[in-house]
Design a binder for this molecule. Structure first.
Ligand code: ADP
Ligand code: MG
Length: 259
């Protein structure tokens, strides 16, 4: 496999491969608000990118554009070498390549934990029920909630629900996993169990883009930190450099408030 260094990124960790997600000159407005400004970002196979920035800087919008939960006004986004189609069956197929985990777990309330994980593979991937269930049980085991399979989401703790949400996303065998503040809605004692699952996933080579304020996760698992402010990528670099020697005033100001 050839290894191509994504444009504009720092040194790559050995073993990191070709670009999986490539955004070029992406712009987006919400009415008058220019929420994404000339975003260029390339995320390589196996890379873990943590997106940081003040509230309202465009982090959620950025990752939501990657599976077209938001449209863009100009520029291009490719996932696994394919331009993002705007609608239809192609979009559904491409969306299946992109796993997404939200702040609010978004599990199907009236489906069991097991069904939450098997539904996507059965409906979108046309998997057989038995195969989907075998695979789902493996994933639930991997995130440590296999014993909860028959329960319903409301019967689980927030941390357990979020781990199910991760298993559900993984069941589609995605090329990249997007996380939007996955631990922000959790009680403090449940944050680490979710971060541990994410750290494991990163260690197993999953390509991940993670919006989080958990600096411990960024230090431990990120290959690269991307800092956003007012819709722009202001600065990026390896976590150690970013945290100890941020280059921009805006990053220094942000870090002084959160660290
Ligand atoms: P972050 O995730 O960094 O806090 P967001 O991407 O959620 O930032 O939001 C960026 C800006 O876009 C904010 O000013 C927010 O109020 C605005 N915004 C987000 N979603 C919408 C929307 N659907 N309609 C209008 N404005 C929005
Ligand atoms: Mg957000």
């Amino acid at each position: 496999m050839t290894s191509i260094k994504p444009e504009g990124t720092g040194p790559l960790t050995p073993g990191i491969g070709e670009p999986v997600v490539v955004l070029k000159d992406v712009n987006k407005h919400f009415g008058e608000l220019h929420v994404l400004r000339d975003i260029n970002l390339s995320v390589a196979k196996g890379e873990v990118v943590v997106v940081l920035g003040p509230s309202g800087s465009g982090k959620s919008t950025l990752i939501r554009t990657i599976n077209r939960l938001e449209t863009i006004d100009s520029g291009s986004i490719a996932v696994d070498g394919k331009q993002l189609p705007s609608e239809g069956k192609e979009l559904a197929q491409l969306r299946a390549e992109v796993g997404m985990v939200f702040q609010s777990f978004n599990l199907f309330a009236h489906r069991s934990i097991l069904e939450n994980v098997t539904l996507g593979p059965i409906k979108v991937r046309k998997a057989g029920k038995a195969d989907a269930e075998t695979q789902a049980m493996k994933l639930l085991k991997r995130v440590g909630v296999a014993d909860q399979a028959k329960k319903y989401p409301a019967q689980l703790s927030g941390g357990q629900q979020q781990r199910v949400a991760i298993a559900r996303a993984l069941a589609m065998n995605p090329k990249v996993m997007l996380f939007d503040e996955p631990t922000s809605a959790l009680d403090p004692e449940m944050v680490q169990e979710v971060l541990d699952v994410m750290i494991n996933l990163a260690g197993q080579g999953m390509t991940m883009i993670v919006v989080t304020h958990e600096m411990g996760f960024a230090r431990k698992a990120a290959n690269r930190v991307v800092f956003m402010s007012e819709g722009q990528i202001v600065e990026e670099g390896d976590p150690k450099t970013f945290f100890t020697a941020p280059k921009s005033d805006r990053a220094r100001d942000f870090l002084s408030k959160i660290l």
